[in-house]
Design a protein around this ligand. Structure first.
Ligand SMILES: CCc1cccc(CC)c1NC(=O)n1cc2c(c1)/C(=N\C(=O)c1ccc(N3CCN(C)CC3)cc1)N=N2
Length: 309
């Protein structure tokens, strides 16, 4: 295959004679509102509304997120919106909601997002109260894969919670809302708003001199997410003051209906010392994940027989 370096920047696409492939460089298209047919509203958040949309020429279905410039300015979140666009535009993973492009007019910013056909995960969780272990394990495996991808690109999400996860048409999870994500390491203190439940100890009580934290914050949140999927509420849920104290001390109890394997994974993620949290590779190989995610042993044996390895 060609070496990317040899490709000059203005080339949009080229035929590689050897492999007779077309290497399509993303052509940065200019988008505008007239290109889209707007459908039903899908949801609304603090700073925006999202609509089902279809790009007229291609018929491509997407989600159009509309942010009001004046609300963004008043909320002093321009930087976050800029970061969300910059970070999410460069990400491509089946469990990360894709941002295809963006544009703006005099009063609004528009984000062209991947359409997640089954909506918000937290609504599914509230409706089902809590997920069966096989479903929770498959969801956590997908989140671990997404986080591994993000961390490889030195992006930490920092706001992993059910409210920021969408469900695709085939039931796959999609991390969204990169408003709080940053490139690691991050040694700036950011005032966080919203729920405290998912914050790790190092973000709750950063040492005076070193409020330095890394991607390990997402490991803590993955632990909180695992707990909430299985129990139906967050592990440190309490009054704001008590929540902070319980997080800082890692005080939580796992109900008996949670299997020992799941309890083991939760305890290995909810570790106060960020360096001692189980790494994502180990999460993906954890017995609880393997038990629910790898097709039965016989099935995999069948695979290996057929491929003969
Ligand atoms: C502006 C809204 C907002 C604010 C803050 C954070 C986020 C990310 C979660 C968002 N949403 C966002 O960016 N979103 C980007 C999106 C997106 C939201 C979305 N789909 C839906 O919101 C949705 C909702 C309900 C739905 N149905 C519910 C009823 N069911 C019977 C059938 C399926 C199907 C899809 N697809 N891309």
């Amino acid at each position: 295959a060609s070496t990317a370096g040899s490709r000059t920047s203005e080339e949009a696409a080229r035929i590689d004679r050897k492999s007779n492939q077309i290497y399509q460089q993303p052509v940065v298209k200019q988008f505008h509102l007239g290109m889209f047919e707007i459908g039903r509203p899908l949801g609304k958040g603090k700073f925006g509304r999202v609509y089902l949309a279809r790009e007229r020429s291609s018929g491509f279905v997407c989600a159009l997120k509309v942010l009001m410039k004046n609300e963004i300015q008043q909320g002093k979140v321009e930087k976050q919106v800029r970061r969300e666009i910059e970070i999410q535009s460069n990400l491509r993973h089946p469990n990360v909601l894709q941002l295809y492009g963006h544009f703006h007019d005099s009063s609004r910013i528009f984000l062209i997002l991947e359409f997640a056909g089954k909506g918000e995960l937290y609504k599914h969780l509230r409706k089902e109260n809590r997920f069966p272990e096989w479903k929770a394990a498959q969801y956590i495996a997908q989140m671990a894969a997404a986080l591994k991808y993000l961390h490889k690109k030195h992006v930490m999400h920092r706001d992993i919670k059910p409210e920021n996860i969408l469900v695709g048409i085939h039931g796959e999870l999609k991390i969204s809302d990169f408003g709080w994500s940053v490139h690691a390491p991050n040694n700036r203190r950011n005032t966080m708003c919203g729920t405290l439940d998912y914050l790790p100890p190092e973000m709750i009580k950063p040492g005076a001199q070193d409020n330095y934290y890394t991607e390990k914050v997402d490991l803590w949140s993955l632990g909180v997410l695992t707990y909430e999927f299985l129990v139906g509420e967050a592990p440190f849920e309490d009054t704001p003051v008590m929540t902070q104290r319980r997080i800082a001390r890692g005080e939580m109890t796992v109900p008996n209906f949670v299997s020992p394997e799941a309890k083991d994974l939760i305890r290995r993620l909810l570790v106060l010392d960020p360096e001692k949290r189980i790494p994502l590779e180990q999460v993906q190989k954890h017995p609880w994940i393997i038990k629910h995610c790898v097709k039965g042993e016989r099935a995999s044996m069948r695979d290996s027989k057929s491929t003969g390895n």
